[in-house]
Write a protein that binds this ligand. Structure first.
Ligand SMILES: Cc1cc2nc3c(=O)[nH]c(=O)nc-3n(C[C@H](O)[C@H](O)[C@H](O)COP(=O)(O)OP(=O)(O)OC[C@H]3O[C@@H](n4cnc5c(N)ncnc54)[C@H](O)[C@@H]3O)c2cc1C
Length: 309
């Protein structure tokens, strides 16, 4: 059977495209390798999403987006897409997954990204043993501990303030001279009694004993001084690397592995589109992922109509 459309990933980009596709009467199949809802599952509070001036919880936004996409009864497979063979001359594209082989006239890729690591000594040893990436999921494990958040962009600074709900003190470590977050978010962190901000501070090593993290070694940019800060946990919050390994050799990726698209979100393979954090130039915001999903489905619909002629 050849589907009209296959969507890889069920984050905000994929769910938006899926809801539009369902409304248009297209036959849609989703693939998801982890949790339906993508990264929203891990977000305690979403900011900067239009229509929610006071923010909205990731759980609430996720269930609304899933509800909207499921209203049209799409097929959903909990399976990982491992390879795509693009169809030549308008033939359907073939997707190879862990579980089988599937065909579609058009494909929308919205695989998002995986948390970026720092690549310093001790990171592998203490990953999951003091180092964590999801503040919502793991924050409660650090009740009454002093913890560090590495990163200075919006998501890191918001999570630093959130983590004070559990931690006794949160130290923000950022290698840049100033935090690269919105002014209101920085002001909230700066005025919080349990948040301490260290700029020009680079993490050089994670240290501990008996497999448990006890501290983080840092180097101060201006002075070059080194110091080890005692912390019970570290939230590494420095962005993501795109989940695009499975696309290497199929379509063009940029030097960071992000999917190259044109202004209709079409990749370098006709009939295959990309949306959300994994596409080149994405600002990594939910509103942008939703916009990409909308642009991609509009273009995919045209392609599917032409395939049917
Ligand atoms: C700490 C943090 C806080 C954030 N806070 C905010 C915020 O307040 N406001 C905001 O606007 N944005 C926020 N963001 C960014 C936001 O979460 C992302 O921009 C958004 O989730 C991207 O959506 P997406 O659909 O591109 O990808 P994702 O939500 O990452 O979804 C991708 C999905 O694809 C699946 N997948 C990947 N590869 C495959 C495969 N081969 N086969 C099958 N499935 C696959 C993944 O399992 C995942 O479920 C935050 C991000 C972080 C890291």
């Amino acid at each position: 059977m050849t589907h009209d459309l296959i969507i890889v990933g069920t984050g905000p980009a994929g769910l938006t495209a899926g809801a539009y596709a369902g409304r248009s009467g297209l036959d849609v199949l989703f693939f998801e390798r982890e949790s339906i809802g993508g990264d929203l599952v891990n977000r305690h509070e979403i900011r900067s999403y239009p229509g929610f001036p006071d923010g909205v919880s990731g759980t609430e936004l996720r269930s609304k987006m899933v509800e909207a996409a499921e209203a049209y009864d799409p097929d959903v497979e909990l399976d990982t897409v491992e390879q795509i063979d693009p169809g030549a001359d308008g033939a359907p594209h073939v997707l190879h997954t862990e579980g089988g082989e599937y065909e579609a006239h058009a494909v929308i890729l919205s695989p998002g990204g995986t948390d970026q690591r720092l690549g310093v000594p001790g990171e592998e040893t203490y990953e999951g043993r003091g180092i964590f990436h999801c503040a919502t999921c793991d924050g409660p494990l650090y009740r009454d501990e002093r913890i560090a958040v590495v990163g200075g962009r919006n998501h890191a600074v918001i999570d630093a303030v959130f983590l004070t709900e559990y931690a006794s003190e949160v130290v923000v470590l950022d290698s840049e001279p100033e935090l690269d977050a919105d002014a209101t978010i920085v002001a909230e962190a700066e005025s919080h009694p349990d948040v301490e901000i260290h700029t020009e501070t680079t993490v050089t090593e994670f240290v501990g004993e008996d497999g448990l993290l006890e501290g983080v070694a840092v180097e101060r940019g201006a002075s070059g001084e080194t110091e080890t800060l005692d912390v019970g946990g570290v939230n590494v919050n420095v962005g993501s690397v795109p989940n695009t390994d499975f696309l290497e050799g199929t379509l063009d990726l940029d030097t960071e592995g992000r999917i190259v698209v044109d202004n209709r979100m079409e990749t370098t393979v006709p009939g295959i589109y990309a949306a959300g954090d994994a596409r080149q130039g994405s600002p990594h915001e939910i509103a942008a992922a939703v916009g990409d999903g909308t642009t991609a489905i509009m273009a995919a619909k045209d392609h599917i109509a032409r395939s049917a002629e």
